[in-house]
Design a protein around this ligand. Structure first.
Ligand SMILES: NC(=O)C1=CN([C@@H]2O[C@H](COP(=O)(O)OP(=O)(O)OC[C@H]3O[C@@H](n4cnc5c(N)ncnc54)[C@H](OP(=O)(O)O)[C@@H]3O)[C@@H](O)[C@H]2O)C=CC1
Ligand SMILES: Cc1cn([C@H]2C[C@H](O)[C@@H](COP(=O)(O)OP(=O)(O)O[C@H]3O[C@@H](C)C(=O)[C@@H](O)[C@H]3O)O2)c(=O)[nH]c1=O
Length: 290
């Protein structure tokens, strides 16, 4: 039996994991909401693990409001930086494999070149700083920990770029979008399917795989403006998408200009073929409309 615990169970990635969970008789997954299991309370998580032994923990719990994190620093740091260290500590004590999700925002994004796992990090906003600290609090532990950095998650459920644009297009005639932020959008269902694939492969043959940092996003590269323009085109939205500079949004936290993640490592290690973001976007919007 493979027992998997998913923290942050009400979040968009956790919901996608529930939706894509492989139907194997020997795979048993539990999704715990923040109310049921708060990862910042190590004793609570410890008690849970004493009563419910697991083989894998996928940490989907996080503070993800990038702009709010600038002022709500203590909360963001506790959830994104300190708690992942607790989980690593517990992984050592209870002998499970930790899969932790991180972000392209650990990078400064000044280099117009896809980012490899070992490249220098230098976050430009507080959310990115907390996520980087979370990685650094996990890595010193001598445990099987896989840190998956991803970028620009989208889906037709939850609160993300796509759902926000779909909602706004019903109320606003002109929507400005920055064209000086470039990355790879990631369909949440594709990421979730990949996480399950990784767990099953590691479980089958643990000695084949090296724990550490891996980058995952959909194939292809785009700016936020081009992403919005494509959503507008495929989704037939009733609004105009206007190109803007990040400086046109002065109250917002800084974002990296170029945070395209290089995915060669995860593809070659786990034998993945990753869909292009436009293909996944079209699929996701098509299913939404049916
Ligand atoms: N969204 C994106 O574009 C990207 C996300 N990521 C990373 O992917 C992961 C998943 O993101 P996503 O699904 O979008 O995030 P969501 O914000 O949708 O989900 C996070 C969940 O964690 C919960 N949570 C917050 N604090 C705690 C806590 N102390 N204990 C347990 N649960 C808690 C939240 O509850 P509540 O809402 O009630 O606070 C929420 O349900 C995160 O690590 C994020 O940093 C990486 C790149 C891009
Ligand atoms: C409101 C608005 C903002 N913007 C700009 C301002 C700002 O620079 C940028 C912010 O976009 P969003 O808030 O959609 O994206 P943001 O919340 O920064 O998205 C990030 O979330 C975290 C969790 C991650 O880990 C990242 O990978 C990334 O997905 O868009 C526009 O271009 N047009 C607008 O109408």
């Amino acid at each position: 039996m493979i027992k998997v615990l998913i923290t942050g169970g009400q979040g968009q990635l956790a919901q996608a994991l529930a939706h894509t969970q492989p139907k194997h008789q020997y795979l048993f997954a539990t999704y715990q909401s923040k109310q049921a299991l708060d990862i910042t309370h190590i004793q609570q998580v410890k008690r849970y693990l004493q009563n419910n032994p697991i083989n894998y923990l996928i940490n989907c719990a996080a503070y993800t409001q990038v702009d709010h994190a600038e002022t709500d620093q203590k909360r963001a740091y506790t959830i994104n930086a300190i708690a992942p260290g607790y989980l690593a500590n517990l992984a050592q004590e209870f002998n499970f494999t930790l899969l932790h999700i991180s972000t392209d925002y650990v990078f400064e994004g000044l280099l117009a070149k896809p980012l490899i796992e070992g490249m220098t990090t230098n976050p430009v906003n507080y959310y990115g700083k907390t996520k980087l600290a979370g990685e650094q609090n996990i890595l010193p532990y001598n445990i099987p920990a896989y840190i998956i950095r991803t970028s620009w998650l989208f889906d037709v459920l939850g609160d993300n770029f796509l759902t926000r644009l779909l909602k706004r297009s019903q109320q606003e005639k002109h929507i400005g979008m920055v064209y000086d932020q470039v990355s790879s959008p990631t369909y949440i269902q594709d990421l979730a399917t990949t996480l399950w694939k990784i767990i099953l492969q590691i479980h089958e043959n643990p000695s084949l795989y090296q724990p550490g940092i891996y980058h995952y996003a959909n194939e292809g590269v785009t700016s936020r403006y081009d992403l919005a323009w494509t959503i507008h085109k495929i989704g037939n939205l009733n609004c105009n998408i206007i190109p803007k500079h990040s400086s046109d949004f002065p109250g917002f936290a800084n974002r990296p200009s170029y945070s395209v993640l290089d995915k060669e490592k995860i593809k070659s290690t786990f034998g993945l073929t990753i869909p292009h973001w436009q293909e996944s976007l079209a699929y996701c919007l098509h299913n939404y409309r049916q």
